[in-house]
Design a protein around this ligand. Structure first.
Ligand SMILES: [Zn+2]
Length: 377
């Protein structure tokens, strides 16, 4: 049910095949985020046609609404949201640690105030594991202690050590839920340790002594630290992560991040930016960002991105998309979201092709230079 094959490498970049209970994922791959059990604004068929192979669900949000028992009774997350492919769920750790001032952390659990109705709730390693089990995702993430990018070394170390202790508790609970039955959900650990290479190494070593994991995530990056710092941490981890396991860089997924991450050995990415930017009329193209509301687009009959094969770019003009945003027509947000998702999915597909050919590094350098120095509107 869980298998990963490394198909090719090119420098540190990797092309792989990840087999999960609900389908196969060719990596490197971008995972659209379905926060509330939907990729915001889009029909699952549109997400599928954009080429997405796996989507992400948010434990924190689905626990609050509708509650994991509702999802379970309605057939699990795949049937609930009408997505037949693989699903990865986060553990809610990132969300509860982001609730600055509304949460209390103890060794046992994080107590927080629900942003929905103000009720007092708690997430613990055991609870986060139980929720994800009830949701029925292919991949569940450990509950971890996330610290901000500018955290002191002391705080980063505390979060890293606690994450290891919590990993053990997640593992025990997950094994009990599995109860010797067939493996239908994987539990993945998360490397923490802030911006400190030695803490990251200790985190990984601690993870590897605690089990034989079918995949490993890197968390706590892109949380306020400068990008070169993230690149340095990834470069440090690339040679010491087990080569035969998929690597997931959590919450990172702007176009340039994708290529910089792939160049440093990352296989899986997720980010809300594709749909969030789409809703704000910000589209990615090969030559940089385009503001769909821009007055210069008014009379443009050209597609959003002439090089893109998405439904939006094959069908509609820039001038029409701009009009939809000006009149606040909901179709506009949906069309730009479709384009942005396809843009990242296609970037993963192209990177994979280049890795298989052995031309990844030259191609990605040229791609990034054009993207950053582009002639976009
Ligand atoms: Zn497009």
């Amino acid at each position: 049910m869980f298998d990963f094959t490394l198909d090719a490498t090119d420098g540190a970049a990797r092309a792989g095949t990840l087999v999960l209970p609900h389908g196969t994922v060719r990596t490197p791959a971008f995972m659209p985020v379905g926060t509330h059990g939907a990729v915001r604004g889009l029909h699952p068929d549109e997400v599928r046609r954009a080429g997405a192979q796996i989507v992400l669900g948010n434990t924190y949000h689905l626990h609050l609404r509708p509650g994991e028992d509702v999802v379970r009774q309605l057939g699990g997350i795949q049937r609930f949201m009408h997505w037949s492919g693989p699903v990865l769920t986060d553990s809610g750790g990132f969300q509860v640690f982001s609730l600055e001032g509304l949460r209390k952390i103890t060794e046992d659990a994080v107590t927080f105030t629900s942003h929905v109705d103000g009720s007092l709730r708690a997430l613990s390693p055991e609870k986060a594991t139980e929720i994800q089990w009830a949701l029925g995702s292919d991949i569940a993430m450990q509950f971890d202690h996330v610290v901000p990018g500018q955290a002191t070394r002391e705080l980063a170390e505390e979060g890293m050590e606690r994450s290891l202790r919590w990993l053990e508790r997640c593992r025990v609970r997950h094994e009990a839920l599995q109860d010797g039955g067939p493996a239908c959900q994987a539990l993945w650990p998360i490397v923490q340790g802030g911006t400190h290479e030695d803490l990251r190494r200790r985190s990984l070593e601690g993870i590897l002594t605690r089990g034989d994991w079918s995949g490993i995530a890197v968390g706590g990056l892109s949380v306020g630290e400068p990008k070169p710092v993230m690149h340095r941490i990834l470069e440090h981890l690339a040679p010491i992560l087990p080569p035969d396991r998929p690597r997931y860089l959590m919450g990172v997924g702007f176009p340039d991040d994708l290529l910089e991450g792939i160049a440093r050995g990352v296989d899986l990415f997720d980010c809300v930016a594709a749909t969030r930017n789409g809703r704000h009329g910000s589209a990615w193209t090969a030559t940089g960002k385009v503001n769909v509301r821009g007055a210069t687009l008014k009379l443009s009959g050209a597609p959003l991105d002439a090089e893109c094969d998405c439904e939006t770019c094959r069908t509609f003009s820039r001038g029409y998309l701009r009009h939809l945003f000006v009149v606040e027509e909901i179709l506009g947000l949906r069309l730009v979201s479709i384009h942005n998702i396809r843009f990242l999915v296609r970037l993963g597909e192209e990177a994979r092709r280049r890795i298989l050919e052995g031309t990844f590094n030259d191609w990605s350098r040229a791609w990034l230079a054009r993207y950053h120095g582009g002639e976009a509107a």
